[in-house]
Design a protein around this ligand. Structure first.
Ligand SMILES: [Zn+2]
Length: 381
């Protein structure tokens, strides 16, 4: 063979071999199977994407049209949220959220819905790039621990639906809407607020606390009345306050202190009235534990002293003392600066007449209010 012919023969042979190998591979199914799987996968992905795109881009693209329904500021929205398509909610239905932060539970209530049921699968939980629906998942990205939907007939053809979501951590919920859906955003309170405190009205429910000489007067009620006065004052400030209770209900001591710890609150203030067998004992006391807290600028004893001084300065009630108490559950379990304020003795005629008057309760609240701000001020120095 000539050199030229020899070259052509070699090229043809190699080409033939390559063709044979390729054909063998295709017929063995590997390649075709892969192609098929890829095509199927593409199809699934595009199906998922069409849904994903809606939920993921909804917030961004509809940002301008988003409207707060209830629960906070539009700026408080976070990358964690749950979406409820508007197709599930009757036009004109009322929506509101209840924030049961003691139990890290947020309840969305829909009233006047003509649809009886909302399927759990239609509610999509989004955490950044991750999405979940249906029952809570074990993934650390799924921020919901438990989700329940309850429906009840409220009138002819109308239903009330409650969607309650227990979250793994404590979040600040905001309910807002866009053209296509309602959203509940779950934001970390620590990222939203510079100053957070927990105010605790002692006792509640069947735990009535101390009673005055006349058994109709119960400590739990006075604690709450003082807290209500304090709330009116604190509502006008930029301090975010979590109240352990704002009505007459029982809350365990563990739940109260857990709230303060979960929030890493700047202060935990538990408000009480005192009682003793001796009717002559009177005055204000603050109780503290020597247990170290997580704030190196505000020891519990310092906190107790500031508060006692300010309360007595404002109220002119007798400054009794700052008392070290190690056995008390709240003080013993708090990781944050914590005190118990004994605002006066219900067993004492003079203290009792002061505490049962709304002017006395208001003054007491004003003293506590002053103490709160002084605690913040001295930490700046
Ligand atoms: Zn008490």
């Amino acid at each position: 063979m000539e050199e030229k012919q020899w070259c052509r023969f070699v090229v043809q042979s190699v080409s033939l071999m390559i063709c044979a190998i390729v054909i063998c591979f295709l017929y063995s199914g590997g390649f075709l199977k892969n192609m098929e799987q890829k095509a199927q996968a593409d199809q699934v992905t595009s199906q998922v994407n069409s849904q994903d795109t809606y939920f993921k881009t909804a917030v961004k693209s509809e940002l301008q049209s988003a409207r707060i329904v209830t629960g906070g500021a539009i700026s408080a929205r976070s990358s964690k949220y749950i979406s409820i398509p508007k197709s599930l909610v009757t036009t004109g239905a009322t929506l509101y959220i209840s924030d049961d932060y003691i139990n890290s539970k947020v309840i969305l209530s829909i009233r006047g819905n003509t649809k009886q049921k909302i399927s759990l699968d239609r509610l999509v939980r989004v955490n950044g790039e991750k999405e979940f629906c249906g029952n809570p998942k074990k993934s650390r990205y799924d921020f919901v621990k438990k989700i329940e939907i309850k429906s009840s007939r409220t009138s002819k053809g109308k239903y009330g639906i409650d969607i309650s979501m227990t979250t793994k951590k404590l979040y600040e919920p905001v309910l807002y809407e866009t053209e296509k859906a309602y959203y509940i955003s779950f934001a970390d309170p620590l990222k939203l607020y510079d100053r957070i405190i927990v105010v605790d009205a002692g006792h509640g429910g069947y735990d009535e606390g101390a009673t005055a000489r006349n058994k109709n007067y119960k400590e739990k009620n006075y604690n709450l009345l003082i807290v209500e006065e304090l709330k009116r004052m604190l509502d006008a400030t930029d301090i975010k306050v979590y109240y352990t209770r704002l009505d007459d209900r029982y809350i365990s001591k563990a739940d109260r202190v857990r709230l303060a710890n979960k929030l890493n609150a700047d202060m935990f203030i538990s408000i009480h009235c005192n009682w003793t067998d001796s009717s002559s004992a009177n005055g204000v006391e603050t109780l503290f534990s020597v247990r170290e807290n997580n704030n190196d600028k505000m020891s519990n004893v310092r906190f107790a002293k500031i508060m006692l001084n300010d309360i007595c300065d404002v109220t002119k009630q007798k400054k009794r003392k700052v008392i070290k108490r190690e056995g008390l559950y709240l003080l013993h379990h708090s990781d944050v600066p914590a005190i118990i304020i004994e605002t006066g003795y219900l067993s004492n005629r003079s203290d009792f007449s002061y505490l049962k008057k709304s002017s006395g309760q208001r003054q007491m609240a004003r003293g506590i209010y002053k103490g709160i701000f002084e605690v913040y001020d001295v930490q700046k120095k």
